[in-house]
Design a binder for this molecule. Structure first.
Ligand SMILES: [Zn+2]
Ligand SMILES: [Zn+2]
Ligand SMILES: [Zn+2]
Ligand SMILES: [Zn+2]
Length: 392
Protein backbone atom coordinates (compact mmCIF):
# COMPACT_ATOMS: atom_id res chain seq x y z
CA UNK A 1 0.00 0.00 0.00
CA UNK A 2 1.31 3.47 -0.80
CA UNK A 3 1.71 6.13 1.87
CA UNK A 4 -1.12 8.15 0.32
CA UNK A 5 -3.43 5.13 0.35
CA UNK A 6 -2.58 4.47 4.01
CA UNK A 7 -3.35 8.06 4.96
CA UNK A 8 -6.62 7.96 3.02
CA UNK A 9 -7.58 4.75 4.83
CA UNK A 10 -6.80 6.31 8.21
CA UNK A 11 -8.86 9.39 7.34
CA UNK A 12 -11.70 7.10 6.29
CA UNK A 13 -11.50 5.19 9.58
CA UNK A 14 -11.51 8.46 11.53
CA UNK A 15 -14.64 9.62 9.70
CA UNK A 16 -16.25 6.27 10.49
CA UNK A 17 -15.20 6.50 14.18
CA UNK A 18 -16.46 10.08 14.34
CA UNK A 19 -19.86 9.04 13.06
CA UNK A 20 -20.35 6.20 15.52
CA UNK A 21 -18.37 7.05 18.66
CA UNK A 22 -18.31 10.82 19.15
CA UNK A 23 -17.36 10.53 22.84
CA UNK A 24 -14.04 8.77 22.22
CA UNK A 25 -12.93 10.65 19.17
CA UNK A 26 -10.34 12.94 20.73
CA UNK A 27 -8.20 10.11 22.07
CA UNK A 28 -8.62 7.73 19.12
CA UNK A 29 -7.86 10.41 16.58
CA UNK A 30 -4.54 11.18 18.26
CA UNK A 31 -3.45 7.55 18.11
CA UNK A 32 -4.56 7.10 14.54
CA UNK A 33 -2.64 10.15 13.35
CA UNK A 34 0.49 8.98 15.16
CA UNK A 35 0.11 5.59 13.41
CA UNK A 36 -0.32 7.27 10.02
CA UNK A 37 2.94 9.16 10.46
CA UNK A 38 4.92 6.16 11.74
CA UNK A 39 3.64 3.26 9.69
CA UNK A 40 5.12 4.03 6.25
CA UNK A 41 8.66 4.69 7.49
CA UNK A 42 10.83 1.58 7.75
CA UNK A 43 13.77 2.44 9.98
CA UNK A 44 15.97 -0.27 8.49
CA UNK A 45 15.81 0.92 4.85
CA UNK A 46 14.29 4.43 5.20
CA UNK A 47 11.39 2.93 3.22
CA UNK A 48 13.59 2.36 0.17
CA UNK A 49 12.44 -1.25 0.28
CA UNK A 50 15.98 -2.52 -0.22
CA UNK A 51 19.41 -2.55 1.44
CA UNK A 52 22.93 -2.56 -0.02
CA UNK A 53 24.34 -6.08 -0.18
CA UNK A 54 26.47 -6.90 2.87
CA UNK A 55 29.18 -8.48 0.71
CA UNK A 56 30.34 -5.23 -0.98
CA UNK A 57 31.13 -1.67 -0.03
CA UNK A 58 28.16 0.68 0.02
CA UNK A 59 29.67 2.92 -2.71
CA UNK A 60 30.17 -0.10 -4.96
CA UNK A 61 26.55 -1.18 -4.51
CA UNK A 62 25.40 2.26 -5.60
CA UNK A 63 27.44 1.90 -8.82
CA UNK A 64 25.65 -1.31 -9.75
CA UNK A 65 22.37 0.53 -10.34
CA UNK A 66 23.86 2.16 -13.46
CA UNK A 67 24.70 -1.14 -15.17
CA UNK A 68 22.71 -4.10 -16.44
CA UNK A 69 25.40 -6.62 -15.55
CA UNK A 70 28.75 -6.60 -13.77
CA UNK A 71 30.86 -9.76 -13.70
CA UNK A 72 32.65 -8.71 -10.49
CA UNK A 73 29.58 -9.24 -8.31
CA UNK A 74 27.42 -11.38 -10.64
CA UNK A 75 28.14 -14.54 -8.65
CA UNK A 76 27.49 -13.05 -5.22
CA UNK A 77 25.39 -15.60 -3.29
CA UNK A 78 23.65 -12.85 -1.31
CA UNK A 79 22.51 -10.35 -3.97
CA UNK A 80 23.02 -12.42 -7.15
CA UNK A 81 24.74 -9.50 -8.86
CA UNK A 82 22.18 -6.81 -8.09
CA UNK A 83 24.14 -5.08 -5.32
CA UNK A 84 20.96 -4.79 -3.24
CA UNK A 85 18.66 -7.14 -1.33
CA UNK A 86 14.97 -6.69 -0.41
CA UNK A 87 14.57 -5.14 3.04
CA UNK A 88 13.63 -7.90 5.51
CA UNK A 89 11.72 -5.45 7.73
CA UNK A 90 9.17 -4.16 5.26
CA UNK A 91 7.15 -5.24 2.27
CA UNK A 92 7.73 -3.14 -0.84
CA UNK A 93 6.29 -5.13 -3.73
CA UNK A 94 7.46 -2.93 -6.63
CA UNK A 95 11.05 -2.83 -5.30
CA UNK A 96 11.06 -6.60 -4.73
CA UNK A 97 9.75 -7.16 -8.25
CA UNK A 98 12.50 -4.93 -9.67
CA UNK A 99 15.17 -6.90 -7.81
CA UNK A 100 13.74 -10.22 -9.05
CA UNK A 101 13.66 -8.86 -12.58
CA UNK A 102 17.29 -7.78 -12.42
CA UNK A 103 18.39 -11.14 -11.00
CA UNK A 104 16.80 -12.87 -14.00
CA UNK A 105 18.32 -10.40 -16.44
CA UNK A 106 21.79 -10.78 -14.89
CA UNK A 107 21.57 -14.56 -15.25
CA UNK A 108 20.64 -14.18 -18.93
CA UNK A 109 23.39 -11.66 -19.65
CA UNK A 110 25.95 -13.84 -17.95
CA UNK A 111 25.14 -16.61 -20.42
CA UNK A 112 25.10 -14.19 -23.36
CA UNK A 113 28.55 -12.82 -22.48
CA UNK A 114 30.15 -16.16 -21.60
CA UNK A 115 31.63 -16.33 -25.11
CA UNK A 116 34.16 -13.67 -24.05
CA UNK A 117 35.50 -15.93 -21.28
CA UNK A 118 35.49 -18.95 -23.57
CA UNK A 119 37.29 -17.02 -26.31
CA UNK A 120 39.99 -15.80 -23.90
CA UNK A 121 40.25 -19.08 -22.00
CA UNK A 122 39.63 -17.59 -18.54
CA UNK A 123 37.04 -15.50 -16.74
CA UNK A 124 37.21 -11.88 -17.81
CA UNK A 125 36.20 -8.74 -15.92
CA UNK A 126 33.34 -7.09 -17.81
CA UNK A 127 30.12 -5.13 -17.51
CA UNK A 128 27.20 -4.22 -19.72
CA UNK A 129 25.18 -1.03 -19.93
CA UNK A 130 22.45 0.26 -22.22
CA UNK A 131 24.70 0.69 -25.26
CA UNK A 132 28.03 -0.93 -24.39
CA UNK A 133 29.75 -4.10 -23.32
CA UNK A 134 33.04 -3.19 -21.67
CA UNK A 135 35.87 -5.60 -20.89
CA UNK A 136 38.20 -4.06 -18.34
CA UNK A 137 41.31 -6.04 -17.47
CA UNK A 138 43.38 -3.06 -16.38
CA UNK A 139 44.79 -2.75 -12.87
CA UNK A 140 44.28 0.37 -10.81
CA UNK A 141 44.80 3.83 -12.29
CA UNK A 142 45.26 7.31 -10.91
CA UNK A 143 42.20 9.36 -11.86
CA UNK A 144 42.45 13.05 -10.98
CA UNK A 145 45.08 12.41 -8.31
CA UNK A 146 43.19 9.53 -6.71
CA UNK A 147 43.98 5.83 -7.11
CA UNK A 148 40.98 3.88 -8.33
CA UNK A 149 40.76 0.10 -8.27
CA UNK A 150 39.85 -2.02 -11.26
CA UNK A 151 36.22 -2.72 -10.34
CA UNK A 152 35.43 0.95 -9.88
CA UNK A 153 37.33 1.76 -13.09
CA UNK A 154 35.13 -0.68 -14.97
CA UNK A 155 32.10 1.32 -13.83
CA UNK A 156 33.78 4.67 -14.44
CA UNK A 157 34.74 3.84 -18.03
CA UNK A 158 31.30 2.42 -18.78
CA UNK A 159 29.81 5.66 -17.48
CA UNK A 160 32.22 7.63 -19.67
CA UNK A 161 31.26 5.55 -22.71
CA UNK A 162 27.56 6.13 -22.11
CA UNK A 163 28.25 9.86 -21.69
CA UNK A 164 30.06 9.91 -25.04
CA UNK A 165 27.17 8.08 -26.71
CA UNK A 166 24.63 10.52 -25.27
CA UNK A 167 26.72 13.49 -26.36
CA UNK A 168 27.29 12.02 -29.82
CA UNK A 169 23.53 11.59 -30.33
CA UNK A 170 22.86 15.11 -29.02
CA UNK A 171 25.47 16.74 -31.28
CA UNK A 172 24.32 14.77 -34.31
CA UNK A 173 20.65 15.14 -33.32
CA UNK A 174 19.95 11.44 -33.71
CA UNK A 175 18.42 8.76 -31.46
CA UNK A 176 18.81 5.07 -30.58
CA UNK A 177 16.86 4.23 -33.72
CA UNK A 178 20.04 4.79 -35.76
CA UNK A 179 21.76 1.83 -34.10
CA UNK A 180 21.24 -1.92 -34.08
CA UNK A 181 23.90 -3.45 -31.85
CA UNK A 182 25.77 -2.68 -28.67
CA UNK A 183 29.35 -1.49 -28.94
CA UNK A 184 32.09 -3.70 -27.53
CA UNK A 185 35.16 -2.14 -25.97
CA UNK A 186 38.08 -4.24 -24.69
CA UNK A 187 40.78 -2.65 -22.55
CA UNK A 188 43.69 -4.92 -21.62
CA UNK A 189 46.63 -4.66 -19.25
CA UNK A 190 48.72 -7.30 -21.02
CA UNK A 191 49.95 -6.87 -24.62
CA UNK A 192 49.39 -10.58 -25.28
CA UNK A 193 45.72 -10.35 -24.28
CA UNK A 194 45.27 -7.41 -26.64
CA UNK A 195 47.03 -9.30 -29.44
CA UNK A 196 44.76 -12.32 -28.93
CA UNK A 197 41.57 -10.29 -28.47
CA UNK A 198 42.35 -8.10 -31.49
CA UNK A 199 42.43 -11.17 -33.71
CA UNK A 200 39.49 -12.89 -32.06
CA UNK A 201 37.07 -9.97 -31.62
CA UNK A 202 38.24 -7.39 -34.19
CA UNK A 203 39.76 -9.73 -36.81
CA UNK A 204 43.11 -7.97 -36.77
CA UNK A 205 46.19 -7.58 -34.67
CA UNK A 206 48.46 -4.60 -34.02
CA UNK A 207 50.36 -3.08 -31.14
CA UNK A 208 48.04 -0.05 -31.14
CA UNK A 209 44.25 -0.15 -30.81
CA UNK A 210 42.31 -2.15 -33.39
CA UNK A 211 38.72 -1.61 -34.52
CA UNK A 212 36.03 -3.66 -36.13
CA UNK A 213 33.89 -1.10 -37.93
CA UNK A 214 30.25 -1.34 -38.93
CA UNK A 215 28.57 -4.57 -37.87
CA UNK A 216 29.47 -5.80 -34.36
CA UNK A 217 31.35 -2.55 -33.72
CA UNK A 218 34.34 -3.39 -31.50
CA UNK A 219 37.52 -1.78 -30.22
CA UNK A 220 40.43 -3.48 -28.49
CA UNK A 221 43.34 -1.64 -26.92
CA UNK A 222 46.22 -2.33 -24.56
CA UNK A 223 45.81 0.43 -21.98
CA UNK A 224 48.95 -0.02 -19.88
CA UNK A 225 51.60 2.59 -19.01
CA UNK A 226 53.78 1.64 -21.99
CA UNK A 227 51.03 2.88 -24.31
CA UNK A 228 49.23 5.54 -22.29
CA UNK A 229 50.91 7.86 -19.85
CA UNK A 230 47.82 8.34 -17.70
CA UNK A 231 44.05 8.00 -17.35
CA UNK A 232 43.37 11.13 -19.39
CA UNK A 233 45.39 9.90 -22.38
CA UNK A 234 43.68 6.52 -22.30
CA UNK A 235 40.26 8.11 -21.94
CA UNK A 236 40.96 10.41 -24.90
CA UNK A 237 42.10 7.51 -27.05
CA UNK A 238 38.90 5.63 -26.25
CA UNK A 239 36.72 8.69 -26.99
CA UNK A 240 38.44 9.11 -30.37
CA UNK A 241 38.30 5.43 -31.30
CA UNK A 242 34.75 4.80 -30.13
CA UNK A 243 33.58 7.85 -32.10
CA UNK A 244 34.81 5.98 -35.20
CA UNK A 245 32.78 2.94 -34.12
CA UNK A 246 29.61 4.97 -33.52
CA UNK A 247 29.88 6.76 -36.85
CA UNK A 248 30.38 3.49 -38.72
CA UNK A 249 27.50 1.76 -36.91
CA UNK A 250 25.08 4.63 -37.47
CA UNK A 251 22.56 3.71 -40.17
CA UNK A 252 23.29 2.97 -42.94
CA UNK A 253 26.08 0.81 -41.49
CA UNK A 254 29.31 1.53 -43.38
CA UNK A 255 32.85 2.69 -42.76
CA UNK A 256 33.70 5.82 -44.74
CA UNK A 257 37.38 5.92 -43.72
CA UNK A 258 38.51 3.80 -46.67
CA UNK A 259 36.21 5.26 -49.34
CA UNK A 260 37.85 8.68 -49.59
CA UNK A 261 35.95 10.26 -46.72
CA UNK A 262 38.79 9.94 -44.23
CA UNK A 263 38.46 13.67 -43.55
CA UNK A 264 35.00 13.31 -41.98
CA UNK A 265 35.85 10.05 -40.20
CA UNK A 266 38.98 11.48 -38.55
CA UNK A 267 37.52 14.98 -38.31
CA UNK A 268 34.58 13.83 -36.20
CA UNK A 269 36.80 11.67 -33.95
CA UNK A 270 39.07 14.69 -33.34
CA UNK A 271 35.99 16.87 -32.81
CA UNK A 272 35.10 14.92 -29.65
CA UNK A 273 38.69 14.96 -28.38
CA UNK A 274 38.74 18.73 -28.81
CA UNK A 275 35.32 19.07 -27.21
CA UNK A 276 36.44 17.60 -23.89
CA UNK A 277 40.13 18.46 -23.75
CA UNK A 278 40.87 21.10 -26.41
CA UNK A 279 43.61 18.69 -27.47
CA UNK A 280 43.67 16.26 -30.38
CA UNK A 281 46.49 13.74 -30.13
CA UNK A 282 44.97 10.43 -31.15
CA UNK A 283 45.95 9.04 -34.53
CA UNK A 284 44.68 5.75 -35.81
CA UNK A 285 48.04 4.39 -36.90
CA UNK A 286 48.60 0.77 -36.07
CA UNK A 287 51.73 1.44 -34.02
CA UNK A 288 50.91 2.95 -30.65
CA UNK A 289 54.39 4.25 -29.90
CA UNK A 290 54.99 6.38 -32.97
CA UNK A 291 54.50 9.44 -30.74
CA UNK A 292 52.83 11.46 -33.44
CA UNK A 293 52.30 15.07 -32.52
CA UNK A 294 51.00 18.04 -34.46
CA UNK A 295 51.43 21.39 -32.70
CA UNK A 296 50.94 19.85 -29.27
CA UNK A 297 47.46 18.75 -30.31
CA UNK A 298 46.22 22.35 -30.32
CA UNK A 299 44.35 22.07 -33.60
CA UNK A 300 42.47 25.38 -33.41
CA UNK A 301 45.68 27.34 -32.99
CA UNK A 302 47.37 25.37 -35.77
CA UNK A 303 44.44 25.81 -38.16
CA UNK A 304 44.17 29.52 -37.46
CA UNK A 305 47.87 29.91 -38.20
CA UNK A 306 47.61 27.95 -41.47
CA UNK A 307 44.66 30.07 -42.59
CA UNK A 308 46.44 33.29 -41.58
CA UNK A 309 49.54 32.32 -43.55
CA UNK A 310 47.64 30.90 -46.52
CA UNK A 311 49.23 27.49 -45.93
CA UNK A 312 46.19 25.22 -45.60
CA UNK A 313 46.37 21.88 -47.44
CA UNK A 314 44.45 22.01 -50.76
CA UNK A 315 40.84 21.20 -49.85
CA UNK A 316 40.21 19.16 -53.00
CA UNK A 317 43.11 16.90 -51.99
CA UNK A 318 41.85 16.53 -48.40
CA UNK A 319 38.50 15.36 -49.79
CA UNK A 320 40.25 12.53 -51.68
CA UNK A 321 42.06 10.83 -48.79
CA UNK A 322 41.42 7.71 -46.75
CA UNK A 323 42.19 7.77 -43.03
CA UNK A 324 45.64 6.28 -43.61
CA UNK A 325 46.73 8.84 -46.22
CA UNK A 326 45.73 12.05 -44.41
CA UNK A 327 48.78 14.13 -43.49
CA UNK A 328 48.98 15.79 -40.06
CA UNK A 329 47.94 19.25 -41.36
CA UNK A 330 45.06 17.48 -43.14
CA UNK A 331 43.97 15.94 -39.82
CA UNK A 332 43.83 19.43 -38.31
CA UNK A 333 41.78 21.02 -41.11
CA UNK A 334 39.50 17.95 -41.24
CA UNK A 335 38.66 18.50 -37.59
CA UNK A 336 37.89 22.12 -38.39
CA UNK A 337 35.74 21.33 -41.47
CA UNK A 338 33.67 18.98 -39.32
CA UNK A 339 33.29 21.53 -36.55
CA UNK A 340 32.25 24.22 -39.03
CA UNK A 341 29.68 22.01 -40.81
CA UNK A 342 28.26 20.50 -37.62
CA UNK A 343 27.85 24.02 -36.20
CA UNK A 344 26.02 25.14 -39.31
CA UNK A 345 23.39 22.39 -39.34
CA UNK A 346 23.47 18.93 -37.69
CA UNK A 347 20.60 17.63 -39.86
CA UNK A 348 22.45 18.55 -43.05
CA UNK A 349 25.63 17.10 -41.59
CA UNK A 350 23.81 13.78 -41.10
CA UNK A 351 22.57 13.96 -44.62
CA UNK A 352 26.17 14.44 -45.74
CA UNK A 353 27.22 11.37 -43.73
CA UNK A 354 24.52 9.25 -45.38
CA UNK A 355 25.64 10.37 -48.83
CA UNK A 356 29.30 9.65 -48.09
CA UNK A 357 28.30 6.17 -46.86
CA UNK A 358 26.57 5.70 -50.23
CA UNK A 359 29.97 6.49 -51.83
CA UNK A 360 28.94 9.87 -53.22
CA UNK A 361 32.19 11.88 -53.61
CA UNK A 362 32.56 14.62 -50.97
CA UNK A 363 32.38 17.37 -53.62
CA UNK A 364 28.89 16.20 -54.75
CA UNK A 365 27.70 15.18 -51.29
CA UNK A 366 28.53 18.64 -49.94
CA UNK A 367 26.56 20.28 -52.75
CA UNK A 368 23.56 17.97 -52.23
CA UNK A 369 23.46 18.21 -48.43
CA UNK A 370 24.48 21.83 -47.83
CA UNK A 371 23.95 23.37 -51.25
CA UNK A 372 27.43 24.82 -51.68
CA UNK A 373 30.42 24.08 -53.85
CA UNK A 374 33.80 23.10 -52.44
CA UNK A 375 35.12 26.58 -53.22
CA UNK A 376 32.16 28.26 -51.52
CA UNK A 377 32.66 26.07 -48.50
CA UNK A 378 36.36 26.79 -48.31
CA UNK A 379 35.72 30.55 -48.34
CA UNK A 380 33.02 30.35 -45.66
CA UNK A 381 35.16 28.05 -43.57
CA UNK A 382 38.22 30.34 -43.72
CA UNK A 383 36.28 33.41 -42.63
CA UNK A 384 34.61 31.40 -39.84
CA UNK A 385 38.06 30.28 -38.62
CA UNK A 386 39.34 33.87 -38.67
CA UNK A 387 36.32 35.05 -36.71
CA UNK A 388 36.20 32.30 -34.08
CA UNK A 389 39.60 30.58 -33.59
CA UNK A 390 42.19 31.87 -31.14
CA UNK A 391 45.51 33.34 -32.26
CA UNK A 392 47.36 32.18 -29.15
ZN1 LIG B 1 12.53 -1.66 5.05
ZN1 LIG C 1 30.34 -3.82 -10.46
ZN1 LIG D 1 26.24 -9.09 -3.21
ZN1 LIG E 1 41.06 8.06 -35.85
Amino acid sequence: MTTAARILLVIGLLAWAGAFAPAAIGHDQGLAIAAAQDAPVCKKCQSAGRLPCTEHEREICALEDAVLYCSVIADCPVCHGVGFIPCPDCQNAPVRAKIEEKIASIAARKVALAYIDTTMGRSIRKAESQHFVLVWEMDRLKVEKKWIESHELLHLYLKRLEALYTDYCARMQITDKEFVEKFRVFVWQLPQDHADAGLRFCRQSAKGGVKLMGQTPSYSVCGNKQNFQDDEKLHRNIVHSVTHLILSAQRPVAWIGNIKAGWLDEGLAHFFEDRYWSICDTYCFQEANTNVDFKGGKFRLAVRKMVDEGKTPPIAEVFEQNVDTLTLPMHAVSFSYVECLLNKDPAKFNDLVKKLKAKVPTRDALKQAFGFSVMDFENQWKSWVLQTYPTK
